[in-house]
Design a protein around this ligand. Structure first.
Ligand code: GLA
Length: 396
């Protein structure tokens, strides 16, 4: 009886931190560009660049060091950063990042080693959570390598409980690649969960690494088509960090960024924030697109129609607005002639209907930032290959 009560009390008590990530988290992560080449000077520079280039003003917040910051565990099992790469220690780094008005993220793994072979948290969860809290960590990405067949729900719940017990509100990002359907159990455990393997910087390719593949933008989009009902404030599907500014064409970067916004995805830049091209900054800081991603309804948009590689995506927004985008996946220019009145859109997840026969909406192009008429007339435009047109529908 007592044991049952204790169990009940602890399960009532242990939970994830609520009130975090009520809109999709935004930030930067070191992995896509720097892999294991991380050190404190780099992280300082990235925090500085985030402020200098206007990303902070646009809403980017978390500066996340991915794999390979680790040194060794000491004789009591406490983890320390690599002393050569982080000689000032993690508390000093967190203080620096906080002094810029930003937040500090770190990476660990549910297995006994990270994917990069550094010490993982298995068996040290409570100790690591305390250490992170002491350092001033605000965000933890928790990976799934070397898990030796662990039960994923158990392993991630242990770290959730450890973070909660440590007392510092930390966004918990589950990185188990969609292997055990984290969308079905992740809401109780964390604030976002990866839905796929790793992203790579191409529009629609697969890169085979032997035992695993990394995936282009459209491959990731296709991989999980039916899980939008699991996303919402405080619990997001995470199609991985962005590849904007890492080598794709501007069209492709714009399409990639727009799709992530339409899908209410976490927006974690993965490029080098120092010396970015003007066009890259313009994409990452497009405030009207960001408002679509960060919309407080928190509904993940979806593909409403697809014909001849021309896709129409929709996302209901607050106050009866909608975002609608036209994505050209083909290698050729395509013409759009979209008759609003013939397209009555019913979103069965958000229980919202877009019916322009009943309500006339104004149209605003979110990339040219121009008002382009209303839904009374067909939307006619030309969309270049691998590019996108995004309009916001507002009530008159
Ligand atoms: C996995 C993750 C990546 C990155 C690396 C680090 O592959 O999915 O996002 O964190 O590990 O080793």
């Amino acid at each position: 009886m007592l044991a049952a009560l204790t169990l009940l009390a602890s399960s009532l008590y242990a939970q994830k931190f609520k009130e975090l990530a009520l809109t999709p988290p935004m930030g930067w992560n070191s992995w896509n560009t720097f892999a294991c080449n991380v050190d404190e000077a780099l992280i300082h520079e990235m925090a500085d660049a985030m402020v200098f280039n206007g990303l902070k003003d646009a809403g980017y917040q978390y500066v996340v060091i991915d794999d390979c910051w680790h040194g060794q565990r000491d004789s009591l099992g406490f983890i320390h950063p690599d002393p050569q790469r982080f000689p000032s220690g993690m508390k000093a780094l967190a203080d620096y990042i906080h002094s810029k008005g930003l937040k500090f993220g770190i990476y660990s793994c549910a297995g006994d080693k990270t994917c990069g072979g550094r010490p993982g948290s298995r068996g040290h969860e409570y100790q690591d959570a305390l250490t992170y809290a002491q350092w001033g960590v605000d965000y933890l990405k928790y990976d799934w390598c070397n898990n030796a067949g662990l039960n994923s729900v158990g392993a991630y719940t242990t770290m959730r409980d450890a973070l909660f017990a440590a007392g510092r509100p930390i966004v918990f990002s589950l990185c188990e690649w969609g292997d055990t359907k984290p969308w079905e159990w992740g809401n109780d455990v964390g604030h976002l969960w990866r839905t796929s393997g790793d992203i790579t910087d191409c529009f629609d390719c697969e890169v085979n690494h032997g035992t695993w593949s990394s995936w282009g933008i459209m491959k990731i989009v296709e991989m999980r088509k039916d899980i939008r009902q699991y996303a919402g404030p405080g619990h997001w599907n995470d199609p991985d960090m962005m590849e904007v500014g890492r080598g794709m064409s501007l069209n492709e970067d714009r399409a990639h960024f727009s799709l992530w916004c339409m899908m209410a995805s976490p927006l974690v830049a993965g490029n080098d924030l120092r010396g970015m091209k003007k066009e890259t900054i313009e994409i990452l800081t497009n405030k009207e697109m960001l408002a679509v991603d960060q919309d407080s309804l928190g509904v993940q948009g979806y593909r409403y129609d697809a014909k001849d590689s021309l896709e129409v995506w929709v996302k209901p927004l607050v106050k009866g607005d909608w975002a609608v985008c036209f994505l050209n996946r083909s290698a050729n220019i395509q013409k759009i002639d979209f008759e609003w009145s013939r397209n009555v859109v019913t979103d069965t997840v958000a229980h919202r209907t877009l019916n322009t026969n009943e309500t006339v909406f104004t149209l605003r192009n979110l990339w040219t930032k121009k008002n382009i008429g209303s839904t009374k007339k067909n939307l006619q435009a030309v969309v270049p290959s691998h590019d996108i047109l995004v309009v916001r529908l507002g009530k008159k």
